[in-house]
Design a protein around this ligand. Sequence first.
Ligand code: NAD
Length: 367
Amino acid sequence: MIYQSTALHFDKQSCHIYVGENLLSQPDVLIPHITGHQVMIVTQDTIAEHYLKPLQALLSDYQCDVITLPQGEQYKTIEQWLKILDALIAHNHERSTTLIALGGGMIGDITGFAAACYQRGTNFIQIPTSLVAQVDAAIGGKTAVNHATGKNKMGVIYQPSCVISDVNFLKTLPEREFIAGLAEVIKYGLVCDATFFVWLEKNMSALLAKENKTLQHAIATCAALKAQVVQQDEKDLGLRHILNLGHTFGHALETANEYQVILHGEAVAIGIALATKLSAELGWLTSKDVTRILQLLAQANLVKTVFDFPSAADFIRTMRQDKKIHAGKLNLILLKSIGVAVKTSQVSEAQLMSFLENEKKRGVISE
Ligand SMILES: NC(=O)c1ccc[n+]([C@@H]2O[C@H](COP(=O)([O-])OP(=O)(O)OC[C@H]3O[C@@H](n4cnc5c(N)ncnc54)[C@H](O)[C@@H]3O)[C@@H](O)[C@H]2O)c1
């Protein structure tokens, strides 16, 4: 059953986002978005085990090939990307073929990049199976692979023709991955929808219990909010930056922990906590707001993981590498209030340094 269907319109194409349950048993959701007579599904073993058969059954009238990639962010590489292209060539896929990404954000990013490059661009469909992918990665057209020197160094913006998010997929997602995805869900409430933030405060237990109606409402709301932002700034030149709330600090934590100990969403949650406290220091958030935000993160079982909190100097160094500090000028996404994020260069490097030093001493989630 479709719970919500949203259409995003760009210069040259549209992208339909479907959120619901049992969507792979409804041919009228996927089939109208397939072009040509060939399909290449890109997935991973664990995901294939649960969801490949129903998808293949839906595609019995097509030449349907499958490639499985290894699991883990370390495999989002140009070598694995080339394997997808090799498979397309080996199975004689024409330009009219459709690539389907069946998996989390890693599979979506690498498959989208392959679709953008194969024969100068083929049809591409996202079937996201993780919470991060359903609320964030699958929407907006950012595709990429990593380089030894950093994440997402090579990629393009290339829109899928549709995104099919079935909440039942989340039932097999490892619990830690699900919780990490909640950081991105909370982010949307903070960045652009105070009403959704209040809804999350009331419904976090139901979300953690993965109640279908609650999950559908949360995912559909996040998808619609991301769609609204992306539609106004597809190329990520301005407004879209607000969706990076918590990500600059989060990236410094990921770098300090070498991407092994801490999941992306867990790092984003700590980043959100830091952005919250810095916004309060500027007098933008009240202490009551700060308490509400930290409480919601804690309620979602976020910011509990043991990890290395970098020194203020290391934080600043990573931010400089990320071009978030340029010629002594800082660019941060902070909160004017719950539901309103802004990009600001109002914080000086010295102010940030002393804030981070204090946070390291205090422990980031203390109120
Ligand atoms: N393109 C974007 O706009 C965007 C936005 C955010 C994140 N990303 C990217 O997304 C990636 C992170 O995404 P992710 O958190 O989904 O990680 P992921 O794709 O690595 O998935 C995490 C793990 O969960 C498993 N998994 C996924 N769905 C499952 C299911 N339903 N059942 C059982 N196991 C399942 C995967 O096999 C994997 O082992 C990163 O590469 C990040 O850079 C991209």
